[in-house]
Design a protein around this ligand. Structure first.
Ligand SMILES: *Cc1c(COP(=O)(O)O)cnc(C)c1O
Length: 366
C-alpha cells in the first residue's frame, strides 16, 4: 500500500529555528500574559493582514465566541449565518445564548446567498455572520448594505481567508469584525491560535478584558472575562511562520494550479468561481462532483480512502443537520447548501505535497 496522504499537513519553521526562537523564554521565564512575543505578533499581523486592530486569541473558536460576546447582544437575539461551514461558527453563536438563523448559500462560490438574507430578518435579528468559505470572499458590499439598512452588525468568519485582499484591502478590515484561525491545519498557524480584527478601538479593550478575566490591575477586575489568551510559545511559532508565509502560499499556489490544470477537463468536476477582486491564499482545493462524473462523491471519497488518500468532505453535513442542531433551529430552504454538501470533496493540498503524490491522486480521479 502506498503511503498515507492526509488532506493537509502543517507548515512549520525548521526545528532549529523554532528552538532558537524560544530560547529567550528560558531567561525571562515569561510564558504568557500578553508578553513581548504576543505584542510583537499583534504588531506584525496588523501590517500583514492590513487591518487597523488585531487581538490575538488562544484559538479561532474562542476568537469567535469573544467577539460575539464583546458586541453585547441581548440573550435570544437572532444571528443570520451559513450552515456550510466548520461547526465552530454555529457553536460560537449558540454558546453565546443567541439563535442561529441559517441562510442558504450560492451555487457559484459556496458563500452566503445575499439575496436570501433580507427575508430572514426579524425584529430579533442583531447580526449577520457569514463565512469566507475556502477563502472565497462573500458579497461584502451587499451584506454591508443590508446590515446598514437594518442596523445589524457584521462579523465575518475569515478562518479560511488568512492574507486574502479584497479590492486592495485586507479582508479583515471589512464588516464590524473578522475572525481568523491559526490552527495547525490552516494556511498560517500558531499551533493553535486565532485573532479578531476590527477598527473600533474600544473593542480592543473589551476583547482584552474578555480574554484575560477582566483583570486590569493587581486588585482590579473590571468585567467578567474568560481566559482566551495566546501564550508566548504560540506567538513565537506565529512569528516564525509569518516569515515563511509568502513561500507557503507560493507552494500552495503551484500545487493548486497543477491540480486545476489536470482536472478542468474532467467531465462532472466543477470548481468554485473565483472572485476577480480578491486575491487567493490557496487554503483548500475543493471540487464539486456533479452528476456527469462517473461515480458520486461518496464513491470517489471511498476509492481515495481505499488507496490511502484522505480527502475530506468539507463541509458535510451542513451544521443545521448535525445531530446537536437538527431538531432545534429552522432549517428550511437550505437547498443549495445541502446539494453542495453532497457534492463537495476537498483533496489534499499543502506546502510539502509532492508532485508524485498529486499524480497518484489525479490518476484515481481522472
Ligand atoms: C478552523 C475554523 C474555525 C475554528 O478555529 P480553531 O482555531 O480551530 O478554533 C472556525 N471557523 C471555521 C470556518 C474554521 O475553518
Amino acid at each position: 500500500m502506498d503511503e498515507k496522504i492526509l488532506v493537509t499537513q502543517s507548515s512549520m519553521p525548521t526545528y532549529e529555528e523554532y528552538i532558537e526562537a524560544i530560547k529567550p523564554l528560558w531567561e525571562s521565564c515569561w510564558l504568557t500574559n500578553m508578553g513581548q512575543y504576543h505584542q510583537e505578533l499583534e504588531r506584525q499581523l496588523k501590517a500583514y493582514l492590513d487591518v487597523p486592530e488585531v487581538s490575538l486569541m488562544v484559538n479561532g473558536h474562542m476568537a469567535l465566541e469573544m467577539i460575539i460576546q464583546a458586541l453585547g447582544f441581548p440573550e435570544g437575539s437572532e444571528v443570520i449565518t451559513t450552515p456550510f461551514t466548520f461547526v465552530s461558527t454555529t457553536h460560537a453563536i449558540v454558546r453565546n445564548r443567541l439563535v442561529p438563523v441559517f441562510c442558504d448559500i450560492k451555487n457559484s462560490d459556496g458563500t452566503m446567498d445575499e439575496a436570501k438574507i433580507e427575508d430572514l430578518i426579524t425584529e430579533k435579528t442583531v447580526a449577520i455572520l457569514p463565512v469566507h468559505v475556502y477563502g472565497n470572499v462573500c458579497n461584502i458590499e451587499e451584506i454591508q448594505r443590508i446590515a446598514d439598512s437594518h442596523g445589524l452588525k457584521v462579523i465575518y468568519d475569515a478562518a479560511h481567508a488568512f492574507g486574502v485582499k479584497y479590492k486592495g484591502r485586507g479582508i479583515g478590515s471589512y464588516g464590524d469584525a473578522s475572525v481568523f484561525s491559526f490552527h495547525a491545519t490552516k494556511v498560517f498557524n500558531t499551533i493553535e491560535g486565532g485573532a479578531v480584527t476590527f477598527s473600533d478601538k474600544d473593542l480592543y479593550e473589551k476583547l482584552y478584558n474578555l480574554k484575560n478575566f477582566g483583570i486590569r490591575g493587581e486588585e482590579r477586575v473590571v468585567s467578567i472575562g474568560a481566559n482566551a489568551k495566546m501564550n508566548e510559545l504560540q506567538a513565537i511559532m506565529g512569528l516564525c511562520n509569518l516569515k515563511r508565509i509568502e513561500q507557503v502560499i507560493a507552494a500552495r499556489k503551484e500545487r493548486f494550479l497543477y491540480y486545476r490544470e489536470h482536472l478542468q477537463e474532467v467531465k462532472g468536476i466543477r470548481f468554485f468561481d473565483e472572485n476577480k477582486d480578491a486575491s487567493k491564499n490557496y487554503a483548500y482545493f475543493p471540487v464539486l462532483i456533479e452528476e456527469e462524473y462517473s461515480v458520486n462523491r461518496d464513491a470517489l471519497y471511498k476509492l481515495l480512502r481505499e488507496n490511502n488518500i484522505y480527502a475530506r468532505k468539507y463541509f458535510y453535513p451542513i451544521t443545521a443537520d448535525m445531530e446537536c442542531y437538527a431538531e432545534q433551529y429552522a432549517q428550511k430552504g437550505l437547498i443549495t447548501a445541502r446539494k453542495l454538501a453532497k457534492q463537495v470533496l476537498t483533496i489534499p493540498l499543502y506546502e510539502q505535497l509532492k508532485q508524485e503524490q498529486m499524480n497518484r491522486i489525479l490518476e484515481l480521479i481522472c
